[in-house]
Design a protein around this ligand. Structure first.
Ligand code: NI
Length: 208
């Protein structure tokens, strides 16, 4: 996007389009806690609206061996609320770089959610997220706090703002994944239209 800024092509774009580009550029480097919280607040009701009461094909089927269903994804988000995000925020504030975060257990949800219903998981996620956002806001983090550093076991030194931005984008990653997993259930049902449906071709995803 930065490369395109001086491109002659920009002059041919409409004023509205240019305005969008400027807004996009401003967001490339800045982190705003309020903006991140706006996403984090919306994820539980978004998943609730999307998933609650759906037939099992949409929530219990995955993309094949060792892949996740919508049910597994909600379970994974719950594990993140319990063990990852706010515990890591506290480690950064209390111990800084001196103490590495605990690695995120990407498969903990398998044993933790096997005897629950999807509806219970959606309720648990909403409840835990609300508690965590109350706790986050109670910290009253200022700009100085956001630059504080912690240590990720694989990535090395990270800042608090990077951790908080990642919390929001992790939500969006799994919203993306939910869409793909659900679409996959009808990959044959759509017949030849599969060629036009990007979600069925999408291979650019992170690991669970
Ligand atoms: Ni994840």
């Amino acid at each position: 996007m930065i490369r395109n800024f001086h491109s002659p092509a920009l002059g041919r774009l409409s004023p509205t389009r240019q305005a969008c580009i400027y807004v996009g550029m401003a967001n490339l480097t800045e982190f705003s806690l309020a903006e991140a919280i706006a996403v984090l607040t919306r994820t539980p009701p978004t998943l609730n609206a999307l998933l609650r009461g759906l037939p099992n094909i949409w929530v219990r089927c995955n993309e094949g061996k060792d892949t996740w269903s919508a049910f597994d994804i909600v379970g994974h988000l719950i594990v993140g609320e319990r063990t990852d995000w706010m515990p890591r925020v506290r480690i950064v504030l209390e111990d800084g770089e001196a103490r590495s975060f605990e690695p995120f257990d990407r498969f903990a949800q398998v044993k933790e959610s096997h005897d629950k219903s999807l509806e219970q998981l959606l309720d648990d996620f909403a409840h835990l997220r609300k508690e965590n956002l109350v706790a986050l806001q109670a910290l009253n983090l200022g700009p100085e706090d956001l630059t504080r550093r912690g240590r990720h076991p694989a990535l090395g030194v990270v800042t608090l703002s990077e951790l908080l931005a990642t919390w929001a984008v992790h939500d969006l990653t799994h919203v993306h994944q939910l869409s793909r997993v659900m679409a996959h259930q009808y990959c044959d049902a759509v017949g030849p239209w599969s060629a036009y449906l990007g979600v069925l071709q999408c291979a650019g995803h992170s690991a669970p």
